[in-house]
Design a protein around this ligand. Structure first.
Ligand SMILES: [Zn+2]
Length: 306
């Protein structure tokens, strides 16, 4: 969902990720553990960990809270290397707030969205190109939150930096964010997409790339699956950074010319042909996985104080 901030002349981007599941797992990142400056404090039931770029609030054991903040720093570094070719070394100011809610009720209350069934959400405010708010909320009662929802939402934040507050096309914003998800989540999305293809319940390429809001519920799985599939199809032909350039150009000059220049694809009609060709053998479809590229390894599941 995207909406405009009601209190500042800023652009507010809100994205949500829907994953309904249970349980919790935490992730380690070997590089992250190296040298991140941490400050830890308690705030009632919450543990608050600050690093140079993040302020993480959670109700996890302190060791997991620290690990969470370290992973955020490591993921930020890696995602910026992938998506921002001229990234500076400057820290994010303001820091990115990461709030890990113990469950749906706390999450929905914090977002003031009583009927929301998402498990992750990103909010960014921009003022004349400058970022004035970065915030991620995730639900710790969703299994895989730490290796699917959190990396997904963090990717949205990095994309906010890459595009300087200019909204990406919905399919590309979600398509890129999904590349950071776990192998298990990709498998789930792929199974859903294959079912949608079998039922012929998918969007035409023109509908997909022009969608400015979430499609109707019966097409939502198809939208997510097609978005990550199309993003993967194009990235395979070049690099993630080139794909980001393509999106930028398509925003400025239209998608037909951008497709031609970056991928030698003669506009949306030709893209539809490529898509049809690719999906003719759905069993061979795969998504590009930056999660594997980033080399993250799972560690032990931990209990949560609900
Ligand atoms: Zn998203």
């Amino acid at each position: 969902m995207r909406t405009r901030s009601k209190f500042q002349p800023t652009v507010l981007i809100v994205t949500t990720l829907v994953l309904i599941s249970r349980g919790i797992s935490a992730w380690a990142d070997e590089e992250a553990a190296a040298s991140v400056a941490l400050s830890v404090r308690s705030d009632g039931r919450w543990t608050v960990v600050e690093t140079p770029n993040f302020r993480c609030r959670c109700q996890l054991p302190e060791a997991d809270a620290k690990r969470l903040a370290e992973c955020c720093e490591a993921w930020r570094n890696r995602l910026r290397k992938i998506w921002i070719t001229d990234a500076t070394t400057a820290n994010w100011l303001p820091r990115c707030e990461v709030c890990v809610h113990p469950g749906k009720a706390a999450y929905n209350l914090a977002l003031n969205r009583p009927n929301d069934v998402s498990v992750g959400s990103t909010m960014m405010n921009f003022d004349q190109g400058r970022t004035v708010l970065r915030r991620i909320d995730v639900r710790a009662d969703a299994s895989d939150w730490s290796n699917a929802a959190l990396p997904h939402e963090l990717t949205h934040v990095v994309l906010g930096e890459r595009f300087g507050g200019h909204a990406l096309p919905r399919w590309a914003d979600e398509g890129i964010a999904m590349l950071s998800e776990s192998t298990e989540k990709h498998h789930e999305r792929l199974v859903n997409l294959r079912e949608n293809l079998a039922r012929r319940q998918t969007l035409r390429m023109e509908e997909l790339v022009n969608a400015s809001r979430m499609p109707a519920p019966h097409l939502r799985d198809a939208f997510y699956g097609q978005s990550v599939a199309l993003t993967s199809l194009l990235i395979r032909q070049s690099t993630p950074a080139r794909f980001a350039d393509f999106i930028e150009q398509s925003q400025r000059q239209g998608i037909d010319g951008a497709l031609n220049q970056h991928y030698k694809v003669n506009g949306l009609v030709a893209l539809q042909r490529e898509w049809d060709q690719w999906t003719r053998t759905p069993e061979t479809m795969e998504f590009v996985s930056l999660q594997l590229h980033m080399g993250l390894e799972p560690i032990v599941a931990s209990a949560i104080d609900r």
